[in-house]
Design a binder for this molecule. Sequence first.
Ligand code: FCB
Length: 436
Amino acid sequence: MSGSIGLSGALALGAAGTSAASPVIERKVPLDGKFLWGTASAAHQIEGNNVNSDFWLAENVQPTLFREPSGDACDSYHRYDEDAALAAELGFNAHRFGIEWARIEPEPGQFSEAELDHYIRVLESCHRRGLAPMVTLSHWTVPRWFAARGGFENPESPELFERFAAKVGQRLGSLMSAATTFNECNIGRLARILFNLDSPQAQAGVKAMLEACAKATGSDRWANVLFGDPAKSEANMVDAHRRSVAALKAGSGDFPVGLTISMQAIEGVGPDHQASAFADMLHGPWLEAADVCDFVGVQTYTRLIVDANGLVPPRDETEKTAAGYEFYPKALGDTVRYAASRTGKPIYVTENGIATDDDSRRIAYIDGALAALSQAKADGVDVRGYFHWSLLDNFEWTAGYTQKFGLIEVDLKTFKRTPKASAYHLGEIAKKLGSV
Ligand code: FCB
C-alpha cells in the first residue's frame, strides 16, 4: 500500500467550478440502491473562520467552556475539493458534510447568493469525484442573529428554519443525493447527562458563557443547542424539522430526507434497572418525528450502562477511547436494530468512530463495528450505508483539537492532509465489499 494518495486520476475527471446559476443535474450521483460508504463531517468543525456563527462567538468570549477556538479549522472551506478527491481515491462512494446557515443567511432574511454558489461548487466537486453527497442542514451551529433571538427557544424559530431550508432546497436541492435536517437532534438531552449539565457548577459555567455571548451582541437572550434546556427548545425543533423536510422536498431536487439521532447501545444492569426508560428519555420525541423521514441516521460511539439509579460509569479496567467513552464497537449492531424496529425506516449509519492517538485501535474499532453491522444486515435490518466519523482530524467542539477522530491527519498550520493506515483500511473495505 502506498503511503500517499495520487490525485491525478480524480483531477482528470473534470475542471472545477461550473456556473452557479445552473446546477448540472445530470452529474447527480444516483443512489441506485447501492450501499453508501463514506465519511461524515460538520461545516463548523472543518471549514474554518465560521465567524458569523454562535459557536465562534462562544469560543471567543470570556469566560468560555471551549478549550480553544476553532480558528482556521482544517481550512476545508477552501480545500473541499482536495478533501473530496482524497475520499474518492481512498475508495468511498459517498460524502456526508454540512452546509453553514450562518454563512448562507448572515442577517435575518438576507441570503448570500455567493455562499450558496460556494456550496454548489462543493456539491459539484462531490459529483465530479463520484461521491454521492448527503447534506446536513444544521449541525449544531446557527447564525449569531438567530442565537441572539433565543435560538430554538424562540417560538418564531420553526418558521425561520423553514425559510432557510426552503432557500437551500430551491438552490442546492438538485445536486443533493440525500439530506438530513438536524444532526443529533437529541444532543441537548445527551449533553445534560454526559456533561452533568444540571449540576450547579456546570450551570454556573454555562450561564456565564451564554451571558457573555448575549452581552457581546447587545441581546438579553442567547441560546446554544449543546448547553440549552431541551424542555424549552425541543417542541420548536420538532416543528422546525417537520417543516424543513417539507421545504427541502418542495425544492429543485428529488432525494431522500432523514434525521440523525445520537443513539448509543443502552444496557441494563442489576435489579430494577431503568434501561428502557433511560433510552426513551434520551431519544425523546425524535423517533416519532422520524415519521416524515425517508430514513433514520444512526450515530453511535459507545454503550451506556444503566442500573436502577441511572448511568453507571465504565469500570477502571475497561478500555476507554480518548474521549473517555468505553471502547465498544459492537454497539453499532444494537443501535441499528433498535432504530429500525422503533421507526420501521431504512437506516444509514451517519456517524460512527473513535477518538484515539493509536490508529491501530481505530482499525480494530472499524472492524468490530462493521462486523456487528454486517450481522444486523444479515438478520434483515435495512441498512443502506456507513459514514465514518470523520475524514479529517478536526475541531472537536469544547475539546478543541485534542481529540483525533480522523482517518486523515491534518497539519493545523500548513493544512497538509496525511492519510493514516485506518484510512486505507476502511477505503479498501469500501472498494472490495461494495456492501457489508
Ligand atoms: C458527534 C457529533 C460530531 C462529532 C462526534 C465525535 O456527537 O455529531 O460533530 O463531534 O460526535
